[in-house]
Write a protein that binds this ligand. Structure first.
Ligand SMILES: [Zn+2]
Length: 333
């Protein structure tokens, strides 16, 4: 009887462990390196239709250019939050809305997360971000006064949601991943400054920040798909290119350095606060889009197939950053 009971207990334990065993446990037992993980994991393909739907909503006239503090941006924030809920992306620190003030108006970043799966590495955070605000209403051109901000930066916002979707489905991220859609970028990177400070002050260990800006139109005559700001400042470009064996993901655009783009988007506050690789992927090459900060920045100017290609191209690198060796700074900019 005693033997039967202990056998029974053993069986129960085995069954209990069996149900708890996740894909992660299985993978961690069978694969050792990030290189091997890549072979084991099937990365879902991005949907150009979903990317286009996200950009279309965010850049619609009803949202009136998503100016910080406006009713339109509040609708955009609710939309992003609902997308996170649909994708089963958890709220960051219990709340998707990360509130702050811009002078006397309320502003909010929308922030979700997937907790890390590795006992130690889960304390390291990779932030994947984009700003979702834009500049609102401007002087009318041919009766149109809404700066829709489709390329800038509904495209980056949609890309972050697509990456969140993929990572959730892949279900293998040793590090914790935080998805941050920033407000008030156009007012001086205020949303990202707020979140970077909040994370620093609460003792979070951010090890990398990957940002997306204006990925709605293909670059002209380049061997790579997207450039990376602060290209030489870390090994990020190298890691993304090595991780993808299909194409050259990223390269260096001289104008990016010339115009100081490294310091002009939401990656920068994370660099200054945490002194870790924090850079922006972008495909606006100064020749391939005539509507920067104009009323003509509309969905009709955005190529959603290209967006899908960019997201698919960066995914192996994203997986490497969240599971593999920590990215390294090469020099301080
Ligand atoms: Zn922008």
């Amino acid at each position: 009887m005693k033997r039967i009971i202990s056998l029974l207990i053993l069986t129960i334990i085995i069954v209990a462990c069996g149900t708890k065993r996740t894909k992660v446990d299985q993978l961690e037992k069978t694969v050792a390196t990030a290189q091997q993980i890549k072979k084991e994991i099937e990365i879902p393909k991005s949907s150009a239709v979903q990317l286009a739907a996200d950009v279309s909503f965010l850049a619609s006239d009803e949202l009136k250019g998503r100016d910080t503090g406006s009713k339109g941006i509040a609708r955009a924030a609710t939309y992003i939050q609902n997308r996170f809920i649909d994708l089963e992306i958890a709220p960051y620190q219990g709340d998707y809305m990360d509130n702050f003030n811009v002078r006397d108006t309320d502003a909010f970043n929308v922030v979700g997360m997937i907790p890390g799966t590795d006992g130690d590495l889960k304390n390291e955070i990779v932030v994947i971000g984009a700003h979702y605000d834009h500049i609102g209403i401007m002087k009318a051109v041919a009766g149109d006064s809404i700066a829709n901000g489709a390329n800038d930066n509904a495209t980056g916002t949609a890309a972050v949601m697509a990456i969140a979707d993929h990572l959730k489905k892949i279900d293998f991220n040793r590090r914790t991943v935080v998805f941050a859609l920033f407000s008030a970028e156009e007012k001086g990177l205020l949303g990202s400054k707020h979140l970077a400070k909040r994370m620093k002050d609460s003792g979070e260990n951010v090890v990398a920040m990957i940002n997306f800006e204006m990925i709605g139109t293909p670059m002209v005559d380049r061997p790579y798909l997207a450039y990376l700001t602060g290209h030489d400042g870390s090994n990020m470009a190298n890691v993304f290119n090595k991780a993808n064996d299909q194409l050259i993901v990223t390269g260096k655009l001289d104008q990016a350095a010339q115009f100081g783009l490294f310091k002009r988007s939401d990656n920068y506050p994370f660099f200054t606060k945490f002194k870790v690789p924090a850079q922006t992927f972008c495909t606006f090459d100064f020749t391939n889009f005539d509507h920067y900060h104009k009323v003509g920045d509309e969905m009709s100017e955005v190529n959603s197939q290209h967006m899908a290609q960019v997201v698919d191209a960066v995914m192996p690198g994203v997986l490497e950053v969240v599971n593999g060796n920590r990215l390294k700074l090469v020099s301080n900019e």
